[in-house]
Design a protein around this ligand. Structure first.
Ligand code: ATP
Length: 278
């Protein structure tokens, strides 16, 4: 019988050193970072530009390998496993859809390369298209979609293989403010519904505080604080965290999330139909 691990994913003393112009001093993009990611939770890596968020995420995905430290999934050390052997889905900032394939072909791609049989492929693809509200768009090519629709296709493509872990690299940064706020709630609701352990990278404090079970504040490659959004807001451990998080819009985002997602009033104000109000 396989052992049960309360943390689905764990990184242990992860270090990534890049060559520096100053030959006498290594540049630590990620500097001894340890994080536990619990089963079914959404953890956000938050910090200013250059703090090491994306490099950490890329090491989870297997696109980058650590200088030292470990990546562990369900108790198994996958640090040196290539990305195509990892049971991990990723949603990219620029969507990374295949331009020459239709929505249906983009979404079913992961099943096709895993040689899933035709009828199961169709069933699973149709089910994810329906979950993401994309059925009507399945024959279009990515260039015929809006930014929000492309992002939905990217998410559908990442979840169709039912990965153990889902990674999001600044998935909303190409969308306008209203759509960003709407999509972040969609992502959070979907993640809760699927119960999939997720790691989300953003530099947007409000976004992080609104959607996370756990937030990891990074600066200059080092963890500054790890905790639930409200704890971090109320009890910053140092002046960097206090300055980075201390803003009233952020408190509103946290409180709205604690009430179960985006408020009905706000939702209507974004121009979405009332029957869809949570
Ligand atoms: N391949 C590389 N070679 C050298 N330095 C790199 C490489 N990749 C990233 N870095 C450096 O490592 C640091 C961390 O980069 P990273 O992309 O992880 O930051 P980030 O927090 O995701 O920033 P942003 O929010 O701007 O995307 C930066 O100083 C970056 O310039």
């Amino acid at each position: 019988m396989s052992e049960i691990h309360s943390e689905k994913l764990k990184i242990d003393n992860l270090v990534k050193v890049f060559p520096s112009r100053n030959k006498n001093k290594d540049f630590y993009a990620v500097d001894h970072v340890s994080i536990n990611f619990k089963q079914g939770e959404l953890t956000t890596l938050l910090g200013p530009s250059g703090c090491g968020k994306t490099t950490t995420l890329r090491m989870l995905a297997g696109f980058e390998f650590p200088t030292s430290g470990k990546v562990i999934v369900d108790g198994e050390d996958i640090t040196t496993q290539p990305s195509n052997k990892r049971d991990i889905g990723m949603v990219f900032q620029n969507y990374a859809l295949f331009p020459h394939l239709t929505v249906y072909e983009n979404v079913s791609y992961g099943l096709r390369i895993r040689k899933v049989n035709k009828s199961e492929l169709k069933e699973r693809t149709d089910s994810v298209l329906s979950l993401m509200g994309l059925e009507e768009l399945s024959d279009r090519s990515p260039s015929q979609l809006s930014g929000g629709q492309q992002q939905r296709v990217a998410i559908a493509r990442a979840i169709v293989t039912e990965p153990k872990i889902l990674l999001f690299d600044e998935p909303l940064s190409n969308l306008d403010t209203k759509l960003r706020q709407y999509m972040r709630t969609e992502i959070r609701n979907l993640q809760r519904r699927l119960g999939i352990t997720s790691v989300y990278v953003t530099h947007d404090q409000e976004e992080a505080m609104a959607i996370s079970d756990q937030v990891v504040i990074l600066n200059e490659g080092k963890v500054q604080q790890i905790g639930p959004p409200l704890d971090i807001y109320l009890n910053p451990v140092n002046s960097f965290v206090a300055d980075f998080i201390g803003d009233s819009d952020i408190l509103e985002a946290v409180v709205t999330e604690m009430r179960g997602g985006i408020s009905t009033v706000k939702y209507a104000a974004y121009g979405f139909p009332c029957e869809k109000c949570p």
